[in-house]
Design a binder for this molecule. Structure first.
Ligand code: 13P
Ligand code: ZN
Length: 282
């Protein structure tokens, strides 16, 4: 079977297409990576180009030594992935020291996403936490989340609490909360380092005035997290446009939910003083 016909590649393409339909990927905005399993590698390694040149990575990731990652190319449009997978996505293999990679499939005359430093850093971190989890890492430019970074304080607890309140099932989806990184230069090592720090506590990190990184165990989990966050940000924006909250979920309500579903909710977001009249200053 050709690599683009394998089920994990099809699931990757489906996420990219769905994200584009949601309007999260203007031009070449956003990128996606998937750390392949041993079974995935076995299914396609016979088709790998093992003569491809090794390219150094700026910050070595020894924890990913020997791993293969399916990812989007730099400057590629999510809307084109389904029609031309081998031009727009590819598989990179990390060498035995994790300090260089080679493109073993796809990305014809192209190179991996400019956000490779962040994808690699987060993939390595999540692998150390649990090698079987958080294989998918997804960066998108969802408009409502970005808009909120111009209004709400750049503060993890405040964003978390505001978005929890927008849908009472949200604390079940991201009980640990979300992280907010102040403005960083796209594609930089500094962006990777700041995201890595936040990803130690969360699975979702918003880059102020730019976009969002999320990770998940599979493609549905990952897309679902982005979708939940963005829909909640949309509701939040509409409330602000309507003049602000007049009533909402309370800390007592959130605690009751946590008891019933055995959740460990982010403490800092729980204890924020409630101010119903003024979203952004909860
Ligand atoms: P790439 O096209 O290099 O993936 O960049 C898109 C992007 O969103 C950068 O943050
Ligand atoms: Zn971006």
């Amino acid at each position: 079977m050709r690599i683009e016909e394998l089920s994990f590649v099809k699931a990757f393409i489906r996420l990219a297409t769905d994200g584009d339909r949601r309007g999260w990927h203007e031009r070449n905005g956003g990128n996606l990576s998937y750390r392949m399993t041993g079974a995935d590698i076995n299914a396609c390694s016979a088709q790998f180009d093992t003569a491809a040149p090794w390219i150094p990575v700026k910050t070595a990731v020894p924890l990913l030594a020997g791993d293969c990652i399916l990812l989007t190319g730099s400057g590629k449009c999510m809307r084109n992935i389904a029609a031309a997978p081998t031009d727009t996505v590819g598989i990179i293999e990390l060498n035995g020291r994790g300090d260089a990679y080679r493109i073993v499939w796809g990305l014809i005359k192209s190179r991996p996403t400019s956000e490779l430093p962040t994808h690699l850093a987060v993939a390595a971190l999540k692998k150390t936490e649990d090698a079987e989890k958080n294989r998918v890492i997804y960066h998108a430019h969802p408009a409502h989340l970005i808009a909120l970074t111009f209004i709400l304080p750049i503060d993890d607890a405040r964003f978390t609490r505001e978005l929890w309140e927008m849908d009472i099932e949200n604390p079940l989806v991201f009980p640990e909360g979300i992280g907010i990184v102040p403005w960083v230069i796209p594609g930089s090592e500094a962006a990777a380092a700041a995201t890595l720090e936040k990803m130690k506590s969360y699975r979702a990190v918003v880059w102020a005035h730019h976009g969002t990184f999320v990770c998940g165990d599979d493609f549905d989990d990952t897309f679902g997290l982005m979708d939940v966050l963005e829909k909640s940000a949309q509701i939040c924006g509409e409330i602000i446009a309507m003049g602000g909250k007049r009533q909402s979920v309370t800390a007592a309500d959130l605690n009751a939910l946590a008891d019933m579903y055995n959740l460990h909710l982010n403490e800092a977001a729980l204890v924020i003083e409630e101010r119903r009249d003024c979203p952004g200053e909860i």
